[in-house]
Every structure is written in C-alpha cells, then in structure tokens.
Design a protein around this ligand. Structure first.
Ligand code: PEP
Ligand code: MG
Length: 592
C-alpha cells in the first residue's frame, strides 16, 4: 500500500487473526508479570504514598463490586462468589497493615510495598499443606494485580467490559476465556504480542467478528494508552498514527467490503453447490448459544461444531444438567430442522476451567484433555451427555467426541451414552434414540485406524487445527513456528484423503470443522478431496458458499490430483490460491 512509509506513521506486521478494519484509541493492558522497582522515599513523601495506596484500594473495591454485579446478571449468583472472596482479601486488615507498615517504616513506594506484602502472603500459603488454602494464592495474586494496576494507572483484562470509551485493546496476550467475554460495543479490535491464527483466542475473535492481529512481538511495550492506530485484521497490520493517505486507501477497502457483503447476502438462501452440480453441506462453528443469530444471517445450513467448553469457562462451578440442556436446546430449536453438531467438552490445550484442577501439565495439548479427561471425570461427562440427549428430542442434534485417538475411547463413551439413554428412558424424558454420533479426526493415529473408528460412529469431522499441529509437530499457539504450520503440507493432504476414503468405504459421511474449512484459499483442496461438509465461523461461511458456487468440482479434483503428487507445500498453496482467486476475485480484494 502506498503511503505506508510516511513520516509519523509506523506499520507493525503480525499474523492476521480476524478480518475487519477499525480505527481508534488504544488501551494497553497491564502485564500480569510486571515487576516494580523499589524507590526510596523521604519522610515527606510517605503521606502521598499512603494516600495513593488508599485510593487504589477504593478503586479496586469499586471495580470488584461492579464485576460482581455483571457476573451475577450474566451467569448467576454462585459464580459471582469469586468476587466476594476477592473483596474479603482486599479488606483483610493483615494485608493492608503490612503494606502501610512497609510504606511508613521502610519508606518505600506503594507499588513495591504492595508487591512485597503479596509475595510474603503467597509464600506463607504455599508452605501450608492444604490444597484449598494453596488454591487461594491465585485469588491473592489476582487481588494484588488489581491494586497494582490501579496504582500504575493500567487496566487489566478483567476490567475490559467496564470501559466507557470504545477502544482497541493492546495486550501481551489474551486468554480464550477473557476473549469470550469481550463486548463488541466497547472493544473495536485487539492486537497482541504473541498468538497464532488457530489459537482459540483468534477463533473466538472471528466468531465475535472483532478485528484482531496477533504475533506483533513487542506491540504492548511500544504503544501507550491513548495513541491513535488503525488495525487491519485482513492483512495483519497495526498502523500507528495512520497518515491521511493511508486512511483514504482504507476507506476504499472498507467500501469494497460493503459491496461484497451485499453480494454475499444475495446468495444467503442458495445451496452450496458447485457450477457442475456437486452439493456440499455448509455449516457454521459456534462457541456460545448467542452465536445462532450470526449463523442464521450467514446462510450456513446448520452447526457443524458447537464448542461447548465456552459454557464451562468464566465460572466457579461446572454448569448443571438443566442449564446445559437449556443452552443446547435453545440452539437446536432456533435452527430446527437444520442439524446441530454438539461437541462434548474439549477441556485442555489453551482452555482451562477454574473449577477443575487438572494439576501441572508439561504439555497441555498432549495431556489430560478432551475425551481423555471426560472418560476419567465421568460425573462431568455424564451430565453433559444427558443434557445433549435431552436437547436431541426435536431430532436435529448430533453429538461428537473430540481428540479421539483409539477405538476404546469411542466404545467407552458410547457405553456411557447407552447408560444415559437408559436412565432417561426410566425417567420418562424424551430424546432422539437415533441421534448420530461422530468422532473428530484430529490425531494422526485416528486417521491410521479410521476404518475401525468409522465402524463405531455415524460421521467424522476432521479437526484440522489439531491434526496439523500433531502431524507436523508444530504447536498451533506458537508464533515462532507459525511459518511451519502448513495446511497444504503433503502429509496433511494425504491424511485428509485417507480419512475421506475410509469414511466413504464404511458408508459414513465426513466433514471438516477446523479453520481450513473457513479459508477460501484452501477450500478448493477440501472440495477436491471429497469431503461432504465444511464448517466455518459464521463470519466467513457466506464467503465460502460464494466461492463453492463459483467453482467446478472437476477443477478442484484436478487441483488435488496435482497436489497429491507435489512435494512442496508452498507450490500447492499457490495453485489452490490461484484457483480460488480466479473463481471469486472479489473475495481477495482485502489483500494489500
Ligand atoms: C480442530 O482441532 O480443528 C477443531 C475444530 O477443534 P479446536 O479448534 O476446538 O481444537
Ligand atoms: Mg481440536
């Protein structure tokens, strides 16, 4: 783009995580690991430091009360209890006295006194042989961070929804649980130092349609709250102090997008069928029941992946059967008769529950997660299966298991499912006895035993996000190896081909719900590989349908014939891009 090098303007390049352009003031979040310096004070400075500390306590108390109220209104009184615990810590005279003593006797700055006092209490709690007390250290640190951020004039991620002025958030990182709570009316977009396209934070940003750029390295240190930026989530750019020329060019880009959106709306109710008559099912991925509205407007023909773990996040206890049932039912009813595939809890990786302690793990993506965790914690699994079964009574719900790596897992899960059906029958509760059961294919071993797995389920859904990371040994969260995370790697294409072949040999259907299905550049390959369904974020589903309707299956098959004998991932990517671009050039107009 011309004008990017103008004086005063600075362009930072990262990884595009969620499309869209926004412009405004930034808000830089405080880092959890900030260390403060010890500053020696004079006798005359002491009252000022005491007053600053008292003021930070008042501010912290006010924020906690507001957050408590918000959570109570959103998820219920029980989950708001966490803030009651925080308020008690905040008012603990031992802690307050300790900080005051350090300020007045040692004559140090309030930040240093606070951090020293918090460390002292955390160390003392960690020595005690009581798990419950040890868990309280996290609360103590949280409260300490809050007071510290108020002293330093920084905002922390829990305060984001208390903002009054819409802002672009800049942070070292954002957790998926914080991202899930972002309020679009207050957060225009976000940019982080670390991250990747397939982290759940990026996936959520696309779902919420919040523009985002990740892996900007040191952006959180380079920017200060209040600076003006333009965030380009299409191309992964953050432009500090954008020039008039840049703003003018982005004005054009945004207008082209508006025209494209109009075109996309006009095919909303048309089927996803290629020019030569091949029909694919186009579904949407969702994370929360409120996403159904976006599914309806996207033109998707149902839900191909409901990531249920987001119902479990940001709360003090697991949701009860009734609450889950209502959540699943609301989606199933809103979209009826379109199919809704509900994935059972995929805890782990980058998603952790505050109410379930999985203990320290050396590598959370290879650890105690997803179906492995559920088969161990049958209480949690049973509650969820019962809720899904009950929500299936209208006949449009399907259930699928994540991270399957062995036939035994499906057998055990299906045995539990049969028990749940038995219970519901005895209780006289209706459910769909013929509800389809699916397995996600996201571990290489699952592909290698795909025939055996296919004999135990009614469908497959390929989770390319994990399949790529496990096959190529490339952490999907790590920006340093993001260049090695290649969906067009010949090994990945062979695994997809083998999965489709095994599924069809065994007479079941197969979809793709990983992010590959939402990337117009990669869709020609997936079509040519013969998948029956594509499931993508609602924000991109319409584009995928638009592209499918402009492609010929014969061209997609030719592309795959080339790709399967090609040895170079980049060459395959380029060929697929060329085909997509020539079929639907307007989808690529946001590229600079
Ligand atoms: C996947 O791995 O491709 C997938 C769809 O699941 P998730 O991104 O939630 O791990
Ligand atoms: Mg996965």
């Amino acid at each position: 783009m011309a004008g990017l090098a103008k004086t005063g303007e600075k362009v930072l390049r990262g990884i595009p995580a969620s499309g869209g352009v926004c412009r405004g003031k930034v808000l830089v979040l405080g880092s959890r690991e900030q260390k403060v310096a010890r500053l020696e004070m004079t006798e005359a400075d002491v009252p000022g430091q005491v007053a600053r500390f008292e003021q930070a306590l008042v501010q912290s108390r006010q924020q906690l009360l507001e957050l408590q109220e918000q959570i109570r209104a959103r998820v219920g009184a029980k989950d708001a209890d966490i803030f009651t615990a925080h308020l008690l810590i905040l008012e603990d005279p031992l802690l307050v006295d300790e900080v005051m003593k350090l300020i007045t006797e040692e004559k140090v700055n309030a930040e240093y006194a606070l951090q020293t006092a918090i460390e002292k209490y955390v160390n003392a709690l960690e020595q005690i042989n009581d798990e419950l007390l040890r868990e309280r250290t996290a609360d103590l640190r949280d409260v300490g961070d809050r007071i510290l951020n108020n002293l330093l004039g920084c905002v922390d991620e829990h305060q984001l929804n208390l903002l009054t002025e819409p802002s672009i958030v800049i942070s070292h990182d954002l957790t998926p649980s914080t991202t899930a709570l972002l309020d679009k009316t207050k957060i225009l977009g976000f940019a982080t130092d670390v991250g990747s396209r397939t982290s759940h934070t990026a996936i959520l940003a696309r779902s919420l349609q919040i523009p985002a750029v990740v892996a900007l390295k040191t952006v959180s240190q380079e920017l200060a709250t209040g600076q003006q930026v333009l965030l380009d989530g299409y191309n992964g750019l953050l432009i500090i102090n954008p020039s008039d020329q840049t703003l003018f060019e982005y004005g054009h880009l945004v207008r082209r997008q508006v025209t494209l959106q109009e075109k996309l709306r006009s095919i909303k109710d048309q089927p996803a069928v290629t020019l030569d008559g091949s029909r694919v099912l186009l579904s949407a991925n969702i994370e929360q029941p409120s996403d159904v509205e976006a599914v309806k407007t996207s033109g998707a023909e149902g839900v191909g992946l409901f990531r249920t773990e987001f119902i479990y996040l940001n709360r003090e206890s697991a949701p009860a059967e009734e609450e889950q049932y209502q959540a699943y039912l609301s989606v199933a009813e809103a979209l009826h008769p379109a199919p809704v595939i509900i994935r059972t809890l995929d805890l782990g990786g980058d998603k952790f529950l505050t109410h379930v302690n999985v203990g320290p793990e050396t590598s959370s993506f290879y650890g105690w997660r997803a179906i492995r965790f559920c088969l161990h914690r049958r209480d949690i699994f049973r509650t969820q299966i019962r809720a899904i079964l009950r929500a299936s009574s209208r006949g449009n719900v399907k259930l699928m298991y994540p991270m399957v790596s062995d036939t035994r897992e499906i057998e055990e899960a299906n045995a539990l499912l049969a028990e749940c059906k038995q219970e519901l029958r005895a209780e006289g509760r209706p459910f769909d006895d013929s509800m389809q059961i699916g397995a996600m294919i996201e571990v290489p071993s699952a592909v290698l035993i795909a025939d055996a797995l296919a004999r135990r389920v009614q469908f497959f859904s390929i989770g390319t996000n994990d399949l790529i990371q496990y096959t190529l040994a490339v952490d999907r969260m790590n920006e340093h190896v993001a260049h090695l995370y290649q969906p067009t790697h010949p090994a990945i294409l062979k695994l997809i081909q083998e999965t489709v072949a095994a599924a069809h040999r065994q007479g079941i259907w197969v979809g793709v719900c990983g992010e590959m299905a939402g990337d117009p550049v990669l869709v020609p390959l997936l079509l040519g590989l013969g998948v029956d369904e594509l499931s993508a974020a609602p924000s991109v589903a319409a584009q995928i349908k638009f592209l499918i309707r402009r492609l010929k299956m014969s061209e997609a098959r030719d592309l795959v014939a080339f790709a399967l004998q090609c040895e170079d991932a980049r060459e395959i990517l380029e060929r697929s891009r060329q085909l997509a671009r020539s079929a639907a050039p307007s989808l690529f107009e946001t590229e600079l």
